[in-house]
Write a protein that binds this ligand. Structure first.
Ligand SMILES: Cc1cc2nc3c(=O)[nH]c(=O)nc-3n(C[C@H](O)[C@H](O)[C@H](O)COP(=O)(O)OP(=O)(O)OC[C@H]3O[C@@H](n4cnc5c(N)ncnc54)[C@H](O)[C@@H]3O)c2cc1C
Ligand SMILES: *[C@@H]1O[C@H](CO)[C@@H](O)[C@H](O)[C@H]1NC(C)=O
Ligand SMILES: *[C@@H]1O[C@H](CO)[C@@H](O)[C@H](O)[C@H]1NC(C)=O
Ligand SMILES: *[C@@H]1O[C@H](CO)[C@@H](O)[C@H](O)[C@H]1NC(C)=O
Ligand SMILES: *[C@@H]1O[C@H](CO)[C@@H](O)[C@H](O)[C@H]1NC(C)=O
Ligand SMILES: *[C@@H]1O[C@H](CO)[C@@H](O)[C@H](O)[C@H]1NC(C)=O
Ligand SMILES: *[C@@H]1O[C@H](CO)[C@@H](O)[C@H](O)[C@H]1NC(C)=O
Ligand SMILES: *[C@@H]1O[C@H](CO)[C@@H](O)[C@H](O)[C@H]1NC(C)=O
Length: 626
């Protein structure tokens, strides 16, 4: 009796103090808004929002630096995951670094991945069946890097639960043990524990699923990230640390010493002006991804020139992965789905991504590497057909918003490949690890690997270069280095942006999850004028106004920021990589071309001809997204 009385009293106290707090707060708030000196915005220990910051050097300045630097310690060819990562690693060790990329940052494979920071559950399965320690190490290494990525780019990587629907009883314990193992191997980098759902729980979590014969659902966790944003973030981080990083500069020849023994630099061409630059460098890193075979041929050639007739790939066995984007209703908002065994034995994902659904498979072997790989109608139908096994409602071709194909570089050690031998056969059993080696000429090549392991690949590559060329520098610091926009990031950023700038939720979330703590820089531009707040397609007066152009949060302000801070040079850079509009909704991206050309043209003083040329080029390119 006395006990429950006490409880009543204490509950009452709680209740009263609760009410007092609530009313206190509201009074406090109204007081504060009346008088701004009275500090009501209890920011607690939140870091301040940074509203201004000098823009990084302009492209012209970087070119001047490229021209005037007598000798770089490290020259990196290729600005994908591997190259951009190596630039950050090398420059933060105190080396003098240049990176040149012939297209745009992450224009290659690095913008066309599945966007998963993963250890690879299915490689784990393989490791067990084949009792392969190597496969297992691969998984553990990737799980480790997944953790590092979440820490160093917190704004670009999120934890995503993934559901494996199970339709056969015997598979339930099988997958359960598998996902538990996955957690176990992640060790302290584990994100969240896997769990098992019954059929009704599975359907509650994912109403889109076909419930017939459904036995269970298993949920495990991986990271999901914005791949090309991560790449440009790496490039910006490298530049801010003093590296000379340039897009649209292509290496056309390797320079060798008089005896044609050692590489001592490269001849690079600015693809915008045609001007050539001789770059001297003590060491050169070849990070050209699926295209690296060409650079290797240059290395073999005494004059450092590429082969006249392209040869079939040797070291890199290419395989294509096709992805399609579907409307958001194909998948729950916060839950991905993994089909562990499609009818032809491949793995298929469908994942919530940027407010839409990304679906894709892996591994179609290729004979040669196209410059702009494009998916065939059959590829698209293939994915739709697999999808239909799971989805209750009809899966329709006209729902496909965008489709693209990326080349996956899978490596074979060139030292084990005889001249004249070609790569062939199934790609699924190739080792998906990376390969780093320095050829007798002193050229260091990095190839293979995954986005997830980019940091480790970069560290090992730079270690190799440091050892080979005996540079006196410290160990890599990239495990601790927070990337641009990740500084002081915490997950209340979006609401704080909303409060401060009075912007819609979608815009706040978009900017926070793509630019992190750099988002206020964009919002300062945004609040400067009414024009800057418009969707980019409305920058041009020829654009038609329709409801759907307001569906995406890409504004003129974001474009202006990306010109000054992120080296956007043309409409494709912006529509495909600084933002992902082309990947999300290719029709809407096409509607935006005129607007983007207008802003870029005004900024770079393009004449009418140049504007027309860029418009046509962009249109052609966006058409490959179907
Ligand atoms: C379909 C698919 C799905 C994938 N999914 C995932 C995933 O979910 N998670 C994951 O971790 N990984 C994934 N990957 C793997 C990952 O995307 C790649 O391993 C990674 O992006 C490769 O990066 P890279 O730097 O080696 O190559 P690239 O990104 O291709 O970069 C090479 C760059 O070098 C440039 N270049 C070439 N020649 C020259 C030259 N002469 N001068 C200057 N520049 C030059 C090219 O323009 C290119 O930009 C996936 C890959 C594919 C294909
Ligand atoms: C509101 O402000 C007045 C004057 O500044 C102060 O006296 C009063 O205590 C404040 N009320 C609350 C709830 O803070
Ligand atoms: C590169 O080295 C050569 C030979 O030492 C030198 O003539 C040239 O000026 C150097 N390039 C730059 C940009 O300094
Ligand atoms: C290397 O480490 C030492 C000691 O920690 C430090 O003083 C030095 O500045 C570092 N060098 C570089 C290039 O970062
Ligand atoms: C990644 O970014 C760098 C620098 O921004 C760029 O040069 C490179 O092309 C990008 N790589 C890919 C694959 O987009
Ligand atoms: C990538 O950016 C989009 C906004 O454009 C955001 O919705 C999404 O959550 C981001 N992805 C990750 C993994 O943060
Ligand atoms: C660069 O690396 C690729 C493999 O990634 C290789 O095929 C190519 O020949 C290398 N280039 C040079 C010049 O060695
Ligand atoms: C590739 O082809 C060669 C002969 O052309 C063959 O000996 C080899 O086994 C093949 N490799 C694979 C993986 O099929």
């Amino acid at each position: 009796m006395s006990f429950s009385f006490k409880r009543l009293v204490s509950n009452r106290k709680l209740l009263i103090s609760g009410l007092a707090t609530i009313s206190g707060t509201s009074l406090y708030l109204s007081n504060g808004s009346l008088n701004n000196n009275n500090k009501i915005q209890n920011e607690g220990n939140l870091p301040p929002l940074i509203e201004s910051r000098p823009a990084p050097p302009k492209r012209e300045e970087l070119l001047k630096k490229l021209e005037s630097t007598p000798n770089y310690d490290v020259l990196i060819i290729g600005g994908g995951a591997a190259g951009a990562g190596a630039a950050v690693d090398a420059v933060t060790r105190g080396l003098n670094v240049a990176l040149v990329e012939r297209n745009d940052f992450a224009s290659g494979t690095s913008s066309k991945s599945t966007k998963m920071a993963h250890g690879g559950v299915r490689y784990l399965e393989k490791a067990f069946w084949q009792l392969s320690k190597a496969q297992l190490d691969l998984v553990i290494e990737a799980l480790d890097e997944r953790g590092n990525m979440l820490r160093t780019a917190p704004h670009l990587v999120t934890v995503l639960p993934i559901l494996i629907p199970v339709y056969k009883y015997w598979q339930v314990p099988y997958f359960y043990v598998g996902t538990k193992m996955y957690d176990l191997f992640a060790g302290k980098q584990n994100l969240r524990s896997s769990y098992l759902l019954g059929p009704s729980g599975t359907l509650a979590a994912c109403p889109q699923l076909d419930g017939n014969n459904l036995k269970a659902g298993l949920v495990y966790h991986d990271g999901s990230f914005n791949d090309s944003r991560l790449n440009s973030t790496l490039a910006i981080t490298a530049i801010e640390n003093g590296a000379t990083v340039l897009n649209y500069v292509e290496v056309v020849q390797l320079l060798k010493d008089e005896n044609n023994n050692k590489v001592i630099g490269a001849l690079a061409k600015d693809r915008e002006t045609g001007k050539e630059y001789k770059i001297n460098a003590t060491s050169i890193i070849n990070a050209t991804g699926p295209y690296s075979d060409v650079i290797l041929e240059m290395d073999k050639d005494p004059k450092g020139l590429p082969p006249k007739i392209p040869k079939p790939p040797k070291m890199v066995v290419p395989s294509a992965g096709v992805h399609i984007v579907l409307p958001e209703y194909y998948c729950p908002k916060d839950l991905g789905i993994l089909d562990a065994q499609t009818s032809d034995g491949r793995v298929m994902f469908f994942l919530p991504w940027q407010g839409k659904v990304l679906a894709g498979t892996t591994d179609v072997p290729l004979e040669k590497i196209p410059e702009n790989p494009s998916p065939t109608e059959a590829d698209i139908q293939d994915i739709l057909k697999e999808l239909q096994h799971y989805i209750k409602f009809p899966v329709r071709r006209e729902d496909v918003l965008s489709a693209w194909s990326g080349i996956r570089p899978l490596v074979r050690d060139p030292r084990n490949i005889k001249d004249g031998e070609e790569s062939n056969g199934s790609t699924q059993n190739l080792v998906r690890n990376h390969l780093i080696f320095t050829s007798p000429t002193g050229l260091t090549t990095i190839s293979g690997g995954k986005w997830t392991t980019y940091r480790e690949m970069a560290e090992e590559t730079v270690d190799e270069v440091v050892k080979y060329h005996k540079f006196q520098v410290n160990k890599s610091i990239t495990k601790k280095l927070i990337l641009a926009g990740g500084e002081n990031f915490e997950n209340t950023l979006a609401p704080r942006l909303q409060q401060k700038y009075q912007i819609p939720t979608q815009l706040a979330e978009h900017l926070s999850s793509n630019y992190g703590t750099r988002a206020p820089l964009i919002l300062e531009i945004y609040s400067k004028s009414k024009e800057n707040q418009l969707p980019i397609s409305l920058a041009s007066s020829n654009s038609e106004i329709s409801y759907d152009i307001f569906e995406h949060p890409f504004s003129i302000a974001e474009l202006k920021y990306s010109i000054d801070y992120e080296y956007t040079r043309n409409p494709i850079d912006f529509l495909c990589r600084r933002t992902r509009l082309a990947f999300l909704d290719s029709k809407n991206a096409i509607k935006s071309i005129d607007g983007v050309v207008k802003i870029l043209g005004d900024e770079f003083n393009w004449d009418e001809d140049k504007r027309k040329e860029e418009t046509i080029k962009t249109l052609e390119f966006l058409k490959t997204f179907n």
